[in-house]
Design a protein around this ligand. Sequence first.
Ligand code: NAD
Ligand code: DAU
Length: 369
Amino acid sequence: MKKNESHRRFLVTGGAGFIGGNFVAKVLSEELGEVLVLDKFTYAGHRATLSGWEGHRAFRLVEGDIGDRKLARQLLLDFQPTYLVNFAAESHVDRSIESADDFIATNIVGTYALMDEALSYWSDLTGEARQTFRFHHVSTDEVYGSLGATGAFSERTAYAPNSPYAASKAASDHLVRAYERTHQLPAVVTNCSNNYGPYQFPEKLIPVVLLSALEGKPIPVYGDGLNVRDWLYVEDHCDAILAVLAHGNVGETYNVGGRAEMTNLDLIHTLFDCLRDQADLIREHTEYPTDIDYRSLIEFVADRPGHDRRYAIDSSKIQRELGWTPKENLRTGLGKTVAWYITHLEWCREVLKDNYDRRRLGLEKKAQS
Ligand code: NAD
Ligand code: DAU
């Protein structure tokens, strides 16, 4: 996508979350267009993630639910987006084990309501606006289930979600597909592997490890720690979404991944290496000691129920057809991420405050009220 395409208007749902926040920063800093964020500010969405953009002439933020049809309709009509990029979701597997209520409400029902409003909006467009509009649904590789020791998920892999989170994302992907096939809504879906980078809420593996290591607290490793994830730096994911918006084919899905597979244990040890490399930064920005033997903090804990063993993404389609390729490798991306957390502990404190006490989640299903 080219700079100064200021006529492009991005309606970004979930823009106060991890990936959405990075996407907004990319669009605004690269002057790709105007941004309107719609976010419910759940436990995972925070104004602090977007505070750098407050007052920016091309940025607006609205608090609300993607399932609020009246609000969605009004925003679509007022803002006249070129693109609607749907990041809004409940995103944490462990929380979906305790209760899937919010996952069904937002990821399935909310996405459906938003998409139905997008269809009405698009149906009334004419000319170039009608040609260019895209409903971009941001999804996950978890819809494909779990792999054995070899192989990778391609766009042709059958869906086999294992967690309530993954099942809710799979359902929404199917609805998006059906709206394109049935109503010709110009929709695209990307299925991405594990993201890492700045502004990830401290409930996911990498920020959990970094905060615990800095504080000298136990680092919980689920099961044997040999589950494999395919890690991608968040900015590379944002670039992939921009490439699909600009050049992707309507009705298609694109798998996005880093070809950076690692067991959780190897990843954790790499994070320890990064922390040791950045001991000066830790001393400069924090009160934490730097002489901790981080390895001694590892604590093997009960496994996640239904824990997927291995994910790996075959992203040859987006590489071949759209020329996208990740810019960061795991070592450079993790280095940046570790530096960001060391220098943004205040952001961590702010998003956790009165919101999440960092206890282990997802060991059992909670009784419903
Ligand atoms: P996140 O949990 O950090 O952020 C989600 C955002 O959505 C938050 O700002 C939250 O307030 C908002 N939100 C939740 N429910 C909403 C609702 N009903 N209406 C409006 N806003 C609502 O999530 P993330 O990690 O940034 O993930 C973003 C998207 O990318 C999700 O759809 C997720 O499934 C997908 N994804 C994530 C990863 C990953 O590794 N994090 C990988 C692949 C795909
Ligand atoms: O693959 C894409 C998915 O990646 C996204 O769709 C999800 O939104 C995102 O949360 C992520 O899901 P994971 O379940 O893979 O991420 P998480 O960080 O929760 O866990 C990564 C691995 O680390 C997983 O094997 C579980 C393990 N883990 C996690 C935590 C939080 C631990 O061993 N200890 C922990 O404390």
